[in-house]
Design a protein around this ligand. Structure first.
Ligand code: NAP
Length: 248
């Protein structure tokens, strides 16, 4: 039987920070990535890449790898893997912790328009027929590809064959963290009139929110999917405490 291991579902900077903290605890841990993009600094631990094949297959994996607990540190909008983790941990009777960034809060000067999903964000932007900065991730690009109602400036980490051509717009390739001066300059240079964003909650991508505020631009903010029914923390320290409690 394999040594009992902790499974970290990753793909975020918070997950990487947690993985880094775990390396100092002397626990066997496995870091899991979907494999959509190559991380800049993968954690120094055993890493597996690619989907498990759904919730039942994830449950099989948990049994086979003798997993002792799962930390779901995936992105707030990665709803499918979080639902799968919940179902699989329930099936195998394993403890599950959700580690995710708390959402950004609106502050004075922000002009957020709240919408429920990507399609609603696109259609809200289209009412202004302006030049729109989109930073919702590569999987969302299909929603914008054929839509000529706005000019879309879509920022993704890197080029790839999975990205559809934009009929009216262009891609911008960049990896965070981003700083405020650069974000202001980018929005000005492209004469952006509105921003579409997820409420990721990460400090690494907050500068675009502050930049839009400084420039008086509206942000079309896509709502987070509902949280899974599992204990939740939003800092590495709290996740380590939870883990140590479980490990005695
Ligand atoms: P998703 O819709 O919840 O997941 C789709 C499928 O990808 C899952 O069913 C699972 O495949 C696989 N998967 C996702 N995360 C995985 C992981 N950490 N390890 C192994 N398999 C994983 O997720 P998504 O929105 O496509 O995001 C994919 C990854 O990118 C996530 O890990 C997330 O943390 C990261 N990310 C997402 C966003 C975002 O805006 N959604 C932003 C930044 C980073 P199977 O069903 O085959 O197991």
């Amino acid at each position: 039987m394999a040594e009992r291991a902790l499974l970290i579902l990753g793909g975020t900077s918070l997950a990487a920070a947690f993985a880094h903290a775990v390396t100092g605890l002397g626990i066997h841990a496995i870091y899991s990535l979907a494999g959509r993009i190559v991380p800049q600094a993968p954690p120094q631990m055993e890493t597996r890449v690619g989907g498990f094949g759904g919730a039942a297959a994830l449950a099989d994996y948990l049994r086979k790898e003798n997993i002792l607990a799962v930390i779901d540190a995936t992105h707030a909008y990665a709803a499918q893997i979080s639902a799968n983790a919940l179902a699989a941990c329930h099936a195998v009777e394993l403890p599950l912790l959700r580690l995710q960034e708390p959402p950004w809060e609106e502050v004075a000067g922000d002009q957020w328009l709240h919408v429920k999903n990507i399609m609603a964000a696109r259609d809200t932007a289209a009412k202004s027929a302006g030049r729109v900065f989109v930073s919702t991730g590569r999987q969302a690009m299909a929603a914008f590809a054929a839509d000529g109602r706005c000019w879309w400036l879509a920022r993704v980490i890197a080029p790839g064959t999975d990205l559809p051509a934009l009929a009216n717009g262009q891609y911008l390739y960049a990896r965070g963290p981003f700083d405020l001066a650069d974000e202001v300059a980018m929005l000005r240079e492209h004469r952006i009139s509105a921003v579409i964003s997820k409420n990721a909650g990460s400090a690494a991508t907050y500068a675009k929110i502050a930049a839009a505020r400084d420039l008086g631009l509206p942000i079309i903010m896509i709502a987070r999917p509902p949280a899974v029914a599992a204990p939740q923390v939003d800092t590495v320290q709290d996740a380590v405490v939870w883990l140590q409690d479980r490990l005695g």
